[in-house]
Design a protein around this ligand. Structure first.
Ligand SMILES: Cc1ncc(C[n+]2csc(CCOP(=O)(O)OP(=O)(O)O)c2C)c(N)n1
Ligand SMILES: [Mg+2]
Length: 362
């Protein structure tokens, strides 16, 4: 199959009103969750790194938010929206950001390592592109065990220049794995533009090296993203044909909460993209079609506001993990035994350094 040209009119014929309402609420929820997360970070309630999805809601909702229960999703460290999109409770996500025991990874993962195994969101990966070979492994497992469903592997534009991208796409192609790779092209990897980093800045064209179908879609248009995702996932699941989808989007904030994001991006560029705010665009479309009105918008916004406030209250009240359980939930059971040797008081533990048991002839 050949690499196809970008841009196509989305087929929206079968999108029910219920589904349109669901997608709209999801996008409003992700936007508000992220705005409040940013605020909580500045209040020193969230530690470590924190990367927001603000501006990318259509790409997130149109991909991870539109899968079947049999599918699996992998993402980068910019993952809050992804786990919300698969239905993770906002409480569990916020508690994880706060590093609390009630968080979805028991507070051990934090912002970059969200995880919801039950809902098939398999992380949250901090090393750029590291999720690609792991997602390919998951797709291999589905294939090998004859399980239904496919894998959606999301990563940023900068990840296409690491070796794992090429190894992953190549293996997926030669093994005919049920996987769709999605590039969230927000035009920058930290402060470096795609043009500066990639010799072929039309990133979807990379798939030609693996004879994989690929397309570029307007990542601000949730219905276009949804249509492409569903079509390519069907191809992956039913015909064992992996594919690459490039979603053109923009992050309205800096790379992380520590970056104002202004020094390397012209103000006019930021303003131009804000005119294509994915939440407002979708709201406008739905209003024009008579699918939502002022009352609906107000109800959704109020319910999201209450949900996110509840998540913050829950996270605040939740207990911190016990420091003595540092390794719990982090390694598998076999590794627990290994680490037992490092526990305080164990033969090779910190507290036993003075004892030097290996010097004892007995
Ligand atoms: C292998 C590796 N190299 C460098 C970094 C540091 N780093 C963190 S995020 C990032 C930029 C990634 O940009 P992109 O893939 O476009 O994703 P975005 O942040 O735009 O969502 C870099 C270089 C890292 N985490 N891992
Ligand atoms: Mg990027």
């Amino acid at each position: 199959m050949s690499t196809t040209a970008p841009s196509r009119a989305p087929s929206e014929a079968n999108v029910s009103t219920e589904e349109l309402h669901r997608l709209y609420r999801m996008m409003v929820q992700i936007r508000r969750f992220e705005e409040r997360t940013e605020e909580q970070y500045t209040r020193d309630r969230i530690g470590g790194y924190c990367h927001l999805n603000i501006g990318e809601e259509a790409t997130v909702a149109g991909t991870a938010g539109c899968l079947t229960p049999d599918d699996y999703v992998f993402g980068s460290y910019r993952d809050h929206g992804l786990t919300l999109a698969v239905g993770s409770p906002a409480r569990d996500v916020m508690a994880e950001l706060f590093g609390k025991e009630t968080g979805q990874a028991h507070g051990r993962g934090g912002s970059m390592h969200l995880l919801d195994v039950e809902r098939h969101f398999l992380g949250g990966w901090g090393i750029v592109g590291s999720q690609i070979p792991i997602a390919v492994g998951a797709a291999f497992t589905l294939d090998y065990q004859g399980l239904p469903g496919g894998v959606l592997c999301m990563f940023g534009d900068a990840a296409v220049n690491i070796g794992a991208f090429h190894e992953g796409l190549n293996l997926a192609a030669i093994w005919n794995l049920p996987i769709v790779f999605v590039i969230t092209n927000n035009m920058y990897g930290m402060g470096t533009s795609v043009e500066m980093a990639s010799a072929e800045p039309e990133l979807f064209r990379r798939a030609a090296s693996y004879r994989m179908p690929a397309e570029r879609v307007d990542g601000q248009d949730v219905l276009a993203v949804r249509e492409a995702t569903q079509r390519l996932m069907r191809l992956a699941r039913d015909e064992r044909q992996p594919a690459l989808l490039e979603c053109m989007t923009y992050r309205y904030r800096g790379h992380s909460v520590a970056d104002p994001g202004k020094s390397y991006r012209p103000a006019e560029e930021i303003e131009a993209w804000k005119l294509r705010d994915p939440v407002l665009l979708f709201e406008h479309t739905l209003r024009e079609r008579g699918v939502i009105d002022d009352t609906h918008v107000a109800e959704v916004r109020a319910s999201v506001e209450a949900e996110v406030q509840d998540a913050i209250d829950y996270a605040l009240k939740s207990p911190d993990p016990d420091p003595r359980d540092l390794y719990k939930h982090v390694y598998g059971d076999a590794a627990q035994d290994e680490f037992a040797r490092m526990a305080i008081g164990a033969p090779f533990g910190e507290a036993s350094i003075d004892a030097r048991p290996w010097d004892d002839p007995a």
